[in-house]
Design a binder for this molecule. Structure first.
Ligand SMILES: [Zn+2]
Ligand SMILES: [Zn+2]
Length: 206
């Protein structure tokens, strides 16, 4: 992209470099380097500003990602460990509304059923979930409480064991659990559709 040089009134040496397309200006002052180096860097940044960027597959990128969405998806799937659908019983997350909404469902069966109910296509794959139950760490709690106090405060806590025992028992009563999509593992639901996603990598889209 064309670079426009900005100067101070009555002077001729450039102070800022602006992108010729969007007009955003870049200052050499942000670089802690010699004048010639910092000016070259600012000019280069202005040059790159509105330059179209491409994914390795040839697709033009319109976000700050370094790869397009299908390539990022394939990369994530290629790295993931494939889990057999019959060996996984817990909650799953997939590209569909899901039983619980936002893609989450109790298990694979419930996810497929929710797709059928909603008239949505069943996704080619889903991810197992990791879970985090509601839990308070009593040791952390005490550490935080005494953190900004005088140095010996932590040693002067009375009946810390009682608090730990109470919170441990309280933690056990909690039923609240949050599920997180685990991208490091994948369960293939439709092998043909999954292979199709993976093989599209071979044919650049432009
Ligand atoms: Zn620009
Ligand atoms: Zn791509």
């Amino acid at each position: 992209m064309e670079v426009r040089e900005l100067t101070f009134k009555g002077e001729s040496d450039p102070k800022l470099y602006a992108c010729g397309k969007c007009g955003k200006a870049y200052s050499p002052k942000v670089y802690a380097a010699r004048d010639d180096i910092s000016h070259a860097a600012a000019r280069r940044t202005a040059e790159e500003c509105c330059k179209p960027r491409f994914c390795a597959c040839g697709t033009e990128l319109d976000t700050s990602w370094t790869a397009c969405a299908p390539c990022r998806e394939r990369k994530m799937l290629a790295k993931a460990t494939v889990i057999d659908a019959t060996e996984y019983k817990g909650p799953v997350s997939a590209k569909c509304n899901g039983e619980w909404g936002e893609g989450y469902s109790t298990d694979i069966g419930a996810m497929i059923e929710s797709c059928h109910d909603a008239g949505e296509p069943v996704p080619a794959y889903c991810h197992p979930c990791t879970c985090r139950p509601l839990k308070i760490d009593p040791v952390n709690l005490l550490e935080n409480a005494t953190d900004d106090m005088h140095e010996a405060a932590a040693d002067q806590v009375v009946d810390a064991d009682e608090l730990v025992a109470f919170i441990t028992a309280w933690n056990k009563k909690q039923t609240c659990v949050t599920y997180y999509e685990d991208w490091s593992r994948v369960i293939i639901i439709d092998q043909l559709a999954f292979d199709d996603i993976m093989n599209r990598a071979a044919e650049p889209s432009r």
